[in-house]
Write a protein that binds this ligand. Structure first.
Ligand SMILES: O=c1nc2n(C[C@H](O)[C@H](O)[C@H](O)CO)c3cc(O)ccc3cc-2c(=O)[nH]1
Ligand SMILES: C[C@H]1O[C@@H](n2cnc3c(N)ncnc32)[C@H](O)[C@@H]1O
Ligand code: MET
Ligand code: SF4
Length: 375
């Protein structure tokens, strides 16, 4: 395990030192996860691309003036879920803008046309629809939520998530990535993580790296996530996602993190976090993603045979078979998983609403995934 002070000293390290760090990280991965590397077969449901925030790196978000703003209808949602069903997907990833009804008339009107007055209320209805009318189980990634909202959504989701992004309030200042984004206030993000902990919701969080944070702030963010997990035990996975510069955004010209930086951050994350927390990095945001395995990751996150990554639409998913070969080349076995990790599924009564628990147990046994879930 690495302390904050030890991690601070790793800001600039030599290639040899990076290799040593990666070796420690992959040893730790092996001691907890063995040779299994997982992914979740999913469809992406971008329920709305309107958002009251304006993160300077985001192209997912669209304003009503652009003519591209939308709210998916129940038919859109079901069509995507059914396409996923047909291709063996098990997860419906709801990822969406935050509270657009507080900013845009159009969002209010489109929600009202569906009989709802808030995005969260409509999200509940659409996640319930997916539960009732498809085989998929929702994972909800709707940003910062209150304890009441999390409690409300719990019966229609297997797991939920929200990237902390960073716990640096400095990035809220004018000119920085999160300026004028009320939902990216580190205090609100940490409060969401804690509320999810109080409610025993299997939770995903993580960092977006390269958005203007310092190395020390990055380490502090990992420590904050780990402390929250030590208190509540609910963080099932941590994602380290590399910022990709997108045309048309304020950060179009910002420098993207190098592969070395990703490897170093992944290894440090592995060594700071409780080893039972799954460490995930997306394979579609880096050419030579197989090297992440050297840095101690044990999960690739959601991969879709149906939908693109709506947050990084220009970055195609690798083929699952290619991913399998890349793992094999390093004596690792690629294994499909569900949106809820095995250890949370085992103690399902605590971590899942009763109806969701029953559903997950059924999917696990009928798909044969339970048999492998011994870690
Ligand atoms: O396709 C994506 N999936 C993202 N996922 C989903 C992830 O790939 C998987 O669906 C989860 O690992 C399921 O456990 C997120 C989930 C969260 O809870 C929080 C953030 C993300 C971010 C992304 C993302 O940028 N792109
Ligand atoms: C769903 C998650 O996608 C991430 N996200 C948003 N924009 C970008 C980008 N330009 N590059 C990489 N990741 C991004 C954020 O971390 C968000 O929380
Ligand atoms: C589409 S971005 C992911 C969900 C949420 N808006 C967030 O930034 O956390
Ligand atoms: S990253 Fe999420 S919160 Fe930020 S603008 Fe995009 S949709 Fe909104």
């Amino acid at each position: 395990m690495l302390t904050a002070e030890q991690a601070y000293t790793l800001e600039s390290i030599s290639e040899t030192e990076l290799n040593d760090l990666c070796a420690s990280a992959s040893n730790l991965r092996e001691s907890h996860w063995g040779d299994i590397v997982t992914y979740s077969r999913k469809v992406f449901i971008p329920l709305t691309n309107m958002c009251r925030d304006t993160c300077k790196y985001c192209t997912f978000v669209k304003t009503p003036e652009s003519g591209e703003a939308n709210l998916m209808t129940p038919d859109d949602v079901l069509a995507t879920a059914r396409a996923g069903d047909n291709l063996g997907c098990k997860e419906a990833l709801f990822s969406l803008g935050e509270r657009p009804e507080k900013r845009y008339r159009l969002a209010k009107d489109l929600l009202a046309a569906q009989g709802h007055d808030s995005t969260v209320s409509y999200l509940y209805a659409m996640a319930e629809l997916v539960m009732q009318r498809s085989q998929l189980v929702p994972h909800i990634n709707a940003g910062a939520l209150t304890e009441n909202e999390l409690r409300f959504l719990r019966p229609v989701a297997g797991s939920m998530g929200m990237m902390l992004e960073t716990n640096s309030p400095r990035l809220m200042q004018p000119g920085q990535a999160h300026h004028a984004c009320p939902d990216k206030q580190p205090k609100r993000r940490m409060a969401t993580l804690e509320a999810a902990g109080k409610l025993d919701i299997p939770f995903t969080t993580g960092l977006l790296i390269g958005i203007g944070e310092t190395w020390q702030e990055r380490v502090d963010s990992l420590i904050a996530i780990n402390q929250c997990h030590q208190q509540y035990g609910h963080i099932q996975e941590v994602i380290i996602q590399n910022f990709r510069a997108k045309e048309g955004t304020d950060m179009a010209g910002a420098i993207e993190p190098s592969q070395q930086d990703m490897l170093k951050t992944l290894a440090v994350a592995r060594l700071i976090l409780d080893p039972s927390i799954s460490l995930q990095a997306p394979p579609n945001l880096e050419q030579d993603y197989a090297r992440y395995l050297d840095a101690g990751i044990n999960d690739w996150g959601g991969i879709s045979p149906v939908t693109r990554d709506f947050i990084n639409p220009e970055r195609a998913w690798p083929q699952i078979e290619t991913l399998r070969k890349q793992c094999q080349a390093q004596q690792l076995t690629l294994q499909e998983r569900l949106t809820v990790y095995p250890s949370y599924l085992k103690s399902g009564a605590r971590y899942l609403a009763e109806n969701v628990n029953q559903r997950m147990q059924l999917i696990a046994s009928s798909s044969g995934l339970a048999a492998h879930q011994c870690f």
